[in-house]
Design a protein around this ligand. Structure first.
Ligand code: PMV
Length: 332
């Protein structure tokens, strides 16, 4: 089955209850469930072409505003490992040429591995002729090692369910993109590379004495967020998102060795958002494993939030997102 190609697009996502800590690294099974929203302005589009004449897999990536660069090292190995999972499932042996393009800058601190591995898996499965539904695709994407990527497969607001088994750890939509006009305005305060990648910190999470506490708290947060999404309750969702982000960062800061992701600009944005709330201007923050801050608000308030954020000297630029669709194959 040489020379089969397919192109897929997937969106990055922001979690309001986060995945932090890996219970099984071989299968990427998390300790806890998580809840997220796909980001409509942060996408990866990937073409996979299996080609019998290639001597090895080739991987190229083009970040927003940059030329295509060849991917090497650990990042390359992770892509090859995911292609191997697809090849094994499809019973094919051809190497592939993979080309990806992102609509957001490399240094924006937006979790690019989620959209990258969701687009890669969708395109590779399509190119290999696998007919996978959303459920199977989210499981296969989860196994890539970027667990959060499984949440970029279904559309809109997404729940990564987990019963600790391979078959029972998958993502499902809990609301469609049009159901709730929620915005995520990303405030970029730091464009440097992350100090420690999330893969390593997922393994270190258990070394924090607060990890057990976090795991006790998470189920109530998951239920609270699912209810808030159903009932469009920004204040409930926002307060849970803030508490969960703090809990993740407390675990990171108290792991052995510890990681401090926050920068002065991170605290500046957190403080500003709290001050705005006191004025009655509803917005809430969350963060991933990095310094940049995601500000959640009603879509109707997003232009004002972006303007207020950009007025802070520590904020370099903002990216406004609404709820995004799931991963999809392009018509060839
Ligand atoms: O899926 P990973 O291994 O890239 O880890 C994602 C970790 C966080 O972004 C910090 C949290 C999350 O649930 O997205």
């Amino acid at each position: 089955m040489a020379n089969q190609r397919a192109t897929a697009t997937a969106h990055a996502n922001i979690a309001v209850v986060k995945y932090w800590g890996v219970a099984d690294s071989a299968l990427t099974l998390p300790y806890n469930e998580s809840v997220s929203m796909n980001l409509d302005h942060c996408t990866t589009t990937t073409t996979v072409a299996f080609d019998g004449s290639l001597p090895a897999d080739e991987v190229g990536i083009a970040w927003f505003g940059r030329e295509m660069e060849e991917v090497t090292g650990q990042a390359y190995e992770r892509v090859v490992a995911q292609l191997d999972r697809v090849r094994m499932r499809a019973g094919i042996e051809e190497w592939a040429r993979v080309e990806s393009a992102n609509t957001f800058p490399a240094d924006a601190g937006i979790a690019s591995s989620a959209s990258a591995f969701a687009a890669l898996t969708t395109a590779a499965a399509g190119a290999a002729g696998l007919q996978l539904g959303e459920h199977e695709l989210s499981i296969l994407t989860r196994r890539s090692g970027s667990g959060s990527a499984c949440r970029s497969i279904p559309p809109g607001f997404v729940h990564w369910r987990n019963d600790g088994t391979d078959a029972g750890s998958y993502a499902v939509s809990v609301a469609m993109p049009n159901d709730w006009a929620l915005a995520d305005v990303v405030a970029i305060v730091d464009t440097g590379p992350k100090s420690v990648g999330s893969a390593e910190n997922h393994r270190l999470a258990v070394t924090s004495p607060y990890f057990k506490v976090r795991l006790q708290e998470v189920p109530a947060r998951v239920n609270g967020c699912l209810r808030a999404i159903r009932e469009h309750e920004l204040a409930t969702l926002g307060l849970i998102a803030e508490a969960d982000a703090v809990s993740l960062h407390v675990v990171a800061m108290t792991a052995q060795p510890p990681t401090f992701y926050w920068r002065p600009g991170t605290l500046r944005v957190m403080q500003a958002v709290h001050d705005w709330r006191k004025e009655g201007f509803l917005s809430y923050w969350t963060m991933d494993a990095g310094a940049n801050v995601h500000v959640l608000c009603a879509m109707s308030d997003a232009p004002a939030v972006a303007q207020r954020l950009e007025a802070l000297p520590e904020v370099q630029f903002t990216i406004t997102n609404g709820p995004g669709p799931g991963a999809y194959l392009h018509a060839e």
